[in-house]
Write a protein that binds this ligand. Structure first.
Ligand SMILES: NC(=O)c1ccc[n+]([C@@H]2O[C@H](COP(=O)([O-])OP(=O)(O)OC[C@H]3O[C@@H](n4cnc5c(N)ncnc54)[C@H](O)[C@@H]3O)[C@@H](O)[C@H]2O)c1
Length: 247
């Protein structure tokens, strides 16, 4: 028996890294997973009957609605994992251009806002409610773990998490939590070009012997956060960084 038997889940950014590992683990645990990504080529790799590839851009509200409608078509929406995210080249506030700000906030914060708004409307009408998990970052907990736009977006995502948790979680109807990963080996560095060295704090410049996790490490934490094993956990932010932020 799987931990997610019969559940229908959406995982955004599922074409790579932690999203891919999460979609695969959820399917292994019995869920039907709508694996969404802006990059449809990456979704072509899935060869699992329980994973439904769904190309969509989280920064586009219409595409988000189509993704939510897909879950409704399947019968219900039990789990939403907002995982899609991009980085910002560590740009400091004084070096930050409007295009980077809007692009990063568009994907990392507007995206989860659109998905949560649409998902909550569905989940609150379901007898079994639902679970939302937002993949934030240690950049959402501290000021010096990313550039300005990334830091703002991930702090905002944690605020979104806590507000939904407070409003819809008090009766256990919709649980909403976040995970703040530290360094994890994925393809996210491909979204970085020309790092703004002024925006990288000295500890990161050293860059040696820092704990680096795997996508599967985060997927296991995600499984706990969406399964009934964490049914009394709501409004929490689980740091999964191998102790990086305590160094
Ligand atoms: N890798 C790390 O060290 C790290 C650390 C902390 C937090 N995070 C967060 O974890 C999440 C997953 O990152 P990852 O490291 O697995 O990255 P990744 O780049 O390997 O995967 C992210 C996926 O999101 C997709 N994506 C990007 N923009 C999208 C959009 N607009 N709509 C839909 N999909 C989109 C990409 O195509 C990609 O397949 C992100 O939110 C990231 O900010 C990553």
């Amino acid at each position: 028996m799987g931990k997610l038997d019969g559940k229908i889940a959406i995982v955004t950014g599922a074409g790579s890294g932690m999203g891919k590992a999460t979609a695969e683990l959820f399917a292994k645990e019995g869920a039907t997973v709508i694996a969404s990504d802006i990059n449809s080529d990456r979704l072509a790799d899935f060869k699992n009957d329980h994973i439904i590839p769904f190309a969509s851009n989280v920064a586009d509200e219409k595409e988000v609605q189509a993704m939510i409608d897909k879950a409704k078509e399947l019968g219900h929406l039990d789990i939403l994992v907002n995982n899609a995210g991009i980085m910002d080249n560590f740009k400091t506030v004084d070096h930050l251009d409007d295009e980077t700000w809007n692009r990063v906030l568009g994907v990392n914060l507007n995206g989860p806002f659109y998905t949560c708004r649409a998902a909550v409307k569905v989940m609150k009408e379901q007898p079994a409610g639902g679970v939302i998990l937002n993949i934030a970052s240690i950049g959402g907990l501290f000021g010096g773990c990313g550039g300005c736009a990334y830091t703002v977006s991930k702090h905002g995502l944690i605020g979104l998490t806590k507000n939904i948790a407070a409003v819809y979680g008090y009766n256990g109807k919709i649980r909403t939590n976040a995970i703040s990963p530290g360094g994890v080996a994925t393809n996210i560095m491909d979204t970085i070009s020309e790092i703004d060295q002024e925006g990288v704090k000295p500890q990161q410049r050293l860059g040696e012997n820092l704990p680096i996790g795997t996508s599967e490490d985060i997927a296991q934490a995600a499984l706990f956060m969406v399964s009934d094993e964490s049914k009394f956990v709501n409004g929490a932010v689980l740091t999964a960084d191998g102790g990086l932020t305590d160094l």
